[in-house]
Design a protein around this ligand. Structure first.
Ligand SMILES: C[S@@+](CC[C@H](N)C(=O)[O-])C[C@H]1O[C@@H](n2cnc3c(N)ncnc32)[C@H](O)[C@@H]1O
Length: 738
């Protein structure tokens, strides 16, 4: 993080009040030279235009306010394409958004400084459970911006703390604090824009010359033949040229070259230039148009804004802002959408070591990490399960929104991470939280169920946080994109089964990932919708911020309500890539039928003897919630026999199909490759790995199930049973490999 103003004092900060603000303002205007800008601004702000200036200042900001959306993307990409020869570092401002219409006053984003994160929530993201998982940040609360579908029952104001009344004093304070910085950045931005426009004109002139069809393949062939290390500058030029050509293939394409030729070249160049495996480059590229894909890859090269969440259990945002300003931190409210977020622009002190940090007044937390908790909208006195909670950003946010009432079960499968979680819970003063260290796939709802709300911030590949963890570019392979969604599906079914659909205040769950791939998001939700017709997608309550989830992708159709899910992207909103889906549980989870393996317990994969016995009893003997499953209009749904548990075999089939498709794409005959004797091919190795993994997963599940404490709390899944028949079946070699 760049240098900011010098720290002035180290003692406990004085509480913020108007007189303090005036004092600070005066003191600052008297400061010489380096602060001249701020002084001038302040003076200007105190004139008749003060109101305007203070309102405008927060909008125009550094690295991209989080407002924006497609307009910004287009602008940014257009700019990129024009400024094609600029070095990567300059792209820090790529996503700048001056769109002041949308999110006018609610910009959300912006600053940076990865090093600030070092000693905080992101530092122990490795080694989680059996699949790679992704690190996420923390979270914070949000209040008034949260509106939930059950808002009538729970008026928003009940959720919010005294912090809300934020008001003029705070706005003035923070606006004054960053005004100088804002002006400087505006000037820079203007200069860049002029430069970009100029380049655009020149570029357009060249492109319009009749017959000018850039031959991007010539360069590629030459470099390939010579076996030279790639010239990054040329590569970048070729990327922008290829994107331009793809935008008007008819006039700019070379005769004999198809769109696919250009797309392949572009993916290959992107992979080389940004350092991704070709596999991942292609997967991410396919999410966007070529232009937008470029913006996405660019955005992954620059850090997202540094944001802190005020811990309203210990302080309020105004006091915190004042305390940090006194320490030389340049900050401003993250936007009207949050009453507790502060965006940090500069800091003279490490944010992870201030007295306020140590006293638990705030937590470092990426802005997008606020969103799942906002969507969850916990209500005081509720019982909440945070299934994958470490290091606790979201847990502590939930706890704060509950104002330490009710109860939060914060679970994580990783012991080391659970320790970090405990640390944060203590530091932030959460007194309504219990930490458990269980594999949530098998532990819930067996160990405990009947929650008013459940948050599943799932382990994922981390393709939304590449700027924080560039190792994702090369570490995530095809197997990860099969195994991780497999785990996510298991976890989400367990999450659904852990919710009390008849909760008077809730009955909701939120599924989120910090990944942008469809396999980990819409496809997982689609899977559980089929397995659990007792849930439906509902509005997240997050407003227009972000984009709608996909309702179709590469030939696959999803539930039309998938539109209600929200996607966030680094290049669009200048936040970490995130996916948020809110589900409402409308009825009980499946009851094991006589002679079947259906049932919530089966979903968890538990398969001990008692389960087997239970399965053979009549379903009517089973204590289950018999509330009918009603559709939105109250119509009782006929769920027929479609209801089902997590299906290992089906998932194995899905994985095997993906493997066969992959081999076909490579021009290999799947039958020939997969039928080879073990260890003879790469594909065999993978297939074996998958089988082994699945089997060991099962073993683990059984072990844990056996030792898991049975509980009375589960509304849906009292009897936990899985047919041994089913278990045997899935222990067999995968059907799909036939
Ligand atoms: C994205 S991180 C969660 C971040 C957290 N919600 C926060 O806001 O700080 C995913 C977490 O899932 C945990 N995890 C992975 N597999 C799990 C499982 N089977 N059961 C429970 N937790 C699991 C990992 O240890 C990791 O901490």
């Amino acid at each position: 993080m760049g240098k900011g103003r010098r720290m002035k004092k180290q003692g406990p900060p004085a509480p913020l009040d108007e007189s303090t603000i005036s004092l600070i303002k005066k003191r600052k205007s008297a400061e010489p030279d380096t602060k001249t800008d701020l002084g001038k601004k302040r003076r200007r702000a105190e004139t008749e235009d003060e109101e305007t200036v203070l309102k405008e200042a927060p909008k125009k900001k550094v690295n991209g306010a989080v407002n924006g959306g497609s307009k910004d993307v287009k602008k940014a990409v257009a700019k990129e394409l024009k400024t094609k020869n600029k070095p990567v570092e300059k792209k820090a401002k790529l996503v700048e958004s001056d769109d002041e219409d949308s999110w006018e006053d609610e910009d959300m984003s912006g600053s940076e400084g990865d090093e600030m994160m070092e000693n905080d929530e992101f530092d122990d993201l490795d080694g989680v459970s059996d699949v790679s998982m992704d690190s996420e940040d923390d979270e914070d609360d949000e209040e008034d911006s949260v509106w939930d579908s059950d808002e009538e029952d729970h008026p928003r104001q009940t959720m919010f703390s005294d912090d809300e009344d934020l008001s003029d004093a705070e706005e003035k304070l923070t606006a004054a604090n960053i005004e100088g910085l804002s002006k400087k950045l505006d000037a820079q931005k203007r200069a860049e824009q002029e430069e970009a426009e100029q380049e655009l004109k020149e570029s357009a002139m060249q492109t319009n010359i009749a017959g000018d069809r850039p031959d991007v393949f010539a360069d590629a062939d030459e470099a390939g033949k010579a076996g030279l290390a790639p010239d990054m500058q040329l590569l970048r030029t070729r990327i922008t040229d290829t994107i331009r050509i793809l935008g008007d293939l008819k006039s700019l394409g070379q005769p004999g070259k198809s769109r696919t030729d250009y797309v392949n070249l572009l993916i290959q160049d992107i992979s080389t230039y940004y350092g991704y495996t070709p596999f991942l480059a292609e997967k991410l590229f396919n999410l966007f148009t070529p232009m937008e894909a470029f913006a996405f890859f660019e955005a992954n090269e620059t850090p997202r804004p540094v944001v802190i969440r005020t811990n309203t259990l210990r302080t309020n945002r105004r006091s915190l802002a004042q305390a940090l300003i006194n320490r030389g931190v340049v900050l401003e409210p993250v936007g009207k959408w949050s009453k507790v977020g502060l965006q940090v622009f500069e800091s003279a002190v490490p944010l992870g070591a201030t007295p306020e940090y140590l006293a638990g007044h705030y937590i470092l937390q990426a802005a997008s990490s606020f969103l799942p908790v906002m969507a969850l909208a916990p209500q005081p006195n509720e019982r909440i399960l945070d299934m994958a909670a470490a290091p606790g950003g979201k847990t502590t946010y939930i706890s704060a929104l509950l104002r330490n009432t009710g109860c939060v079960i914060a679970n994580d499968a990783s012991k080391p991470r659970a320790k970090g979680l405990i640390g944060n819970i203590h530091r932030l003063g959460c007194k309504n939280t219990i930490v458990t260290n269980l594999d949530a796939r098998t532990a819930f709802p067996k160990a405990m169920g009947g929650f008013d709300r459940v948050l599943l911030d799932a382990p994922c590949t981390g393709t939304g946080v590449i700027s924080k963890d560039p190792s994702v570019k090369t570490s995530k392979n095809e197997r990860d994109f099969l195994a991780i969604p497999h785990m996510q599906r298991q976890l989400l079914l367990a999450a659904i089964d852990s919710v009390d659909h008849s909760s008077k205040t809730g009955g909701y769950l939120v599924y989120s990932t910090c990944s942008v791939t469809v396999e980990e998001n819409e496809a997982v939700v689609q899977y559980v919708l089929r397995k659990r017709p007792n849930v439906k997608i509902v509005d997240t309550g997050l407003g227009d911020f972000g984009s709608e989830g996909f309702i179709s992708y590469m030939g696959k159709q999803f539930d039309p309500k998938m539109k209600l899910t929200r996607r966030y992207f680094p290049h669009r909103e200048n936040v970490d890539g995130f996916f948020v889906c809110k589900l409402k549980k409308t009825g009980p989870s499946p009851v094991p039928k006589k002679g079947s393996v259906d049932g919530a317990a089966a979903a968890t994969g538990s398969a001990d003897k008692s389960d087997k016995d239970a399965t053979s009893t009549d379903a009517d003997d089973v204590m289950v919630d018999k509330t009918p499953i009603a559709d939105e209009d109250g119509t009782v749904m006929d769920v027929g026999g479609a209801f089902g548990p997590f299906d290992e075999d089906e998932d194995a089939e899905r994985i095997a199909r993906a493997e066969r498709n992959r081999l076909r794409r490579k021009g290999l005959n799947p039958k020939a490759v997969l039928n080879k004797p073990k260890g003879k091919s790469e594909a065999d190795g993978k297939s074996k790995d998958k089988k082994t993994e699945s089997q060991s997963e099962k073993k683990e599940t059984e072990t844990k199930s056996a030792s898991s404490e049975k509980t009375k709390n589960s509304t849906d899944s009292k009897p936990v049973k899985v047919k041994s028949k089913d278990k045997k079946k899935s222990d067999k070699p995968k059907r799909a490999e036939k």
